[in-house]
Design a binder for this molecule. Structure first.
Ligand SMILES: [Mg+2]
Length: 248
């Protein structure tokens, strides 16, 4: 019997960046009646609050819900009527300053310093720094044109790797580059969850839409968890319904 069911968020529990739909909230409330539930995603806590925490019905047993933003480098649990941060692995100020300096130098060195930017270019998520080349408020149209084939970012990424040894540098959305500690992926997050919850990995199960080589859910499978790959949130509801029926 599984004690804990872990989920990816975007594309699995909800459409990208969208709140959970009501039927998903109800399905998760049913699941919390028979098992622990975890959600692990690259988004930060405000995104989790908007998409998940605020979308569950009142009957949901939140004491069994484990929310893991920024790929498990943060953990939130519900105690005494509120969501609390259990831990957060943050970059220290010196590392943060080093990252920001490296970005400036890298853009100069590669010649990919954009002529115009919109809003802040650096988003500090504590344990992850996200660099948006054109700024966070750049119009979608501008973003689409800047680097559709990842050509510019591949060059910037290679340059940054030289400047920031020991850090993981990955291309994210349309114009962004994410920087985290090396080795942070969903397998890392799930091991942290095992340590915090005391639930062994073979009593966990993982459900996600990107369980294939190169997909950001694949590390869960490589870690040896039983996994179920879903196409979309609708399929997730079917899987959850089956699990609830088997566990009760
Ligand atoms: Mg996904």
């Amino acid at each position: 019997m599984k004690q804990l069911i872990a989920f990816d968020l975007d594309g699995t529990l909800a459409e990208s960046k969208q709140p959970l739909q009501d039927p998903m909230g109800e399905a998760l409330a049913d699941l919390l009646g028979v098992a622990h539930v975890a959600v692990i995603s690259g988004g930060d806590w405000p995104q989790f609050q908007k998409q998940v925490a605020s979308r569950l019905p009142a009957r949901a047993d939140l004491s069994k819900l484990w929310l893991m933003p920024t790929t498990g480098t943060k953990l939130y649990t519900y105690r005494d009527g509120a969501w609390n941060s259990v831990y957060a692995e943050l970059f220290d100020d010196a590392t943060k300053a080093k990252i920001l300096k490296a970005f400036d130098e890298s853009l100069e060195a590669t010649g990919f310093k954009p002529e115009q930017t919109w809003g802040e270019r650096i988003e500090d998520r504590g344990s992850q720094i996200t660099f948006s080349a054109l700024g966070q408020e750049a119009p979608v149209k501008e973003k689409e044109h800047w680097d559709p084939k990842f050509e510019k970012r591949k060059v910037i990424q290679a340059d940054l790797k030289q400047r920031l040894p020991g850090l993981s540098i990955n291309m994210g959305g349309a114009t962004s580059i994410d920087i985290t500690q090396e080795g942070v992926d969903k397998a890392y997050g799930l091991k942290k969850l095992r340590d915090e919850s005391g639930i062994p990995l073979d009593s966990m199960m993982f459900i996600g839409d990107a369980i294939f080589p190169g997909g950001n859910d694949y590390p869960a499978k490589e870690l040896g968890l039983d996994t179920v790959r879903v196409r979309d949130p609708e399929e997730t509801i079917s899987v959850v319904t089956a699990i609830v029926a088997c566990q009760k």
